[in-house]
Ligand binder design. Structure first.
Ligand code: ADP
Ligand code: MG
Length: 366
């Protein structure tokens, strides 16, 4: 039989390339929220307010009081690979901001309609401009504005029928968004966050306000923040934990956090799922499945009947020991000596949990 002719290889058009890439960065409404809030934090905001319609598919609006965006930067704001945070590859080593790729806003304009309103310090009025496929749809128009930036993302995935279909359950995404904002709120205790859901009917409107306290007393106010976001019953049953290592041969890190005690676990407090927070250097919110598993194993072994634990962990490492550029949504990072760090944290948690469990048993018997 004669061999088939090979198919021709073609160059994909730029808009197809960009839309495919955008679908990876913005996987669902909550990924857009994460990028927008990180931008607001990078802009040194102290107040960040969200408005969400239809689980984020109809509207995601993030308003902040940060430094704003210059008029002369607006034309390239939503082009791919435009950023104010990085210029040389080597800068990645020491980057403090959460963004660095200049891809998030661009991605949103390929899968949604994006409108930016912004004002910079000392200006009498702001500017508003809408974007589509990376480009401005119109010249920036002068408008009234309060301090900072407001970004509206409308009709998310309007041009991705399959994605829209898989995201029908809007309430599910709203709870993912509230969960994300809660995590940000307890990490950034000097920033106040609010998240509001706008329903089809006014009566259905629900408001979540997460107001956190001032940053001055770092340790006590972290607990205050947890209390205000997750409630007294959580905060009351947390134990402070610390671990560190400063040996270049094994690992260098400092960890601080809170873990739920035996009492908390036995109470089966409803609605509390496993909350695992791992924050690496420069307050990057990331997932670490290996650490999560290590902690779950300890809880399951020490408190067999335990419900899911509540864990907040913040880890600081030398920037050169972290590779932030391993995941398109920056959800995971790679750490040098990850196994050693996880083992150290695991053993601290284990001994704290065991002693808290013994105290509890003793108290129950007497
Ligand atoms: P990155 O955050 O990786 O730089 P983005 O696409 O998220 O890329 O944002 C592009 C640029 O737009 C940022 O570098 C920043 O200068 C500016 N920007 C975005 N959002 C805001 C905001 N809320 N306040 C001030 N500047 C912003
Ligand atoms: Mg960004």
């Amino acid at each position: 039989e004669e061999a088939k002719e090979p198919p021709r290889i073609q160059r994909l058009s730029e808009s197809v390339v960009n839309r495919i890439a955008a679908g990876e960065v913005i996987q669902r409404p909550v990924s857009a929220v994460k990028e927008l809030v990180e931008n607001s934090l990078d802009a040194h905001s102290t107040s960040i307010n969200l408005l969400v319609k239809d689980g984020g598919l109809k509207l995601i609006q993030v308003s902040d009081d940060g430094h704003g965006i210059r008029l002369e930067d607006l034309p390239i704001l939503c082009e791919r690979h435009t950023t104010s945070k990085l210029s040389a590859f080597e800068d990645l080593q020491s980057i403090k901001s959460m963004g660095f790729r200049g891809e998030a806003l661009a991605s949103m304009t390929y899968v949604a309609h994006v409108t930016v309103t912004t004002i910079t310090k000392g200006q009498l009025h702001g500017y508003r401009v809408s974007y589509r496929d990376g480009l401005m749809e119109n010249e920036p128009r002068p408008c009234a504005a309060v301090k900072g930036t407001q970004i509206m993302v409308e009709n998310l995935f309007y041009n991705m029928a399959a994605r829209r279909k898989t995201l029908q359950n809007a309430s599910d995404d709203y709870s993912k968004i509230v969960d994300l904002i809660s995590r940000f709120a307890i990490q950034h205790i000097n920033v106040s966050f609010s998240c509001r859901k706008v329903g089809l009917y006014r009566l259905r409107t629900r408001t979540y306000i997460l107001q956190s306290s001032k940053p001055h007393f770092a340790t006590s106010s972290r607990l205050d923040a947890i209390r205000s976001v997750y409630g007294i019953s959580v905060a009351r049953n947390l134990m402070k934990i610390e671990a560190s290592d400063n040996n270049p041969a094994t690992s260098i890190f400092e960890m601080q956090g809170y873990m739920s005690n035996a009492n908390y676990a036995s109470k089966k407090i409803t609605m509390i799922l496993m909350k695992l927070f791992v924050f690496m250097f420069s307050d990057r919110l990331v997932e670490c499945s290996a650490l999560k598993r290590a902690i779950e194993i300890v809880y399951a072994a020490t408190l067999p009947k335990a419900s899911k634990p509540f864990i907040y962990i913040s880890i600081v490492l030398p920037p050169e020991n972290v590779d932030v550029n391993v995941h398109p949504t920056k959800r995971e990072v790679s750490l040098l000596n990850q196994e050693v760090i996880i083992e150290k944290i695991q053993s601290v948690i284990e001994s704290r949990l065991r002693s808290s469990n013994e105290t509890r048993t003793y108290q129950e018997q007497t």
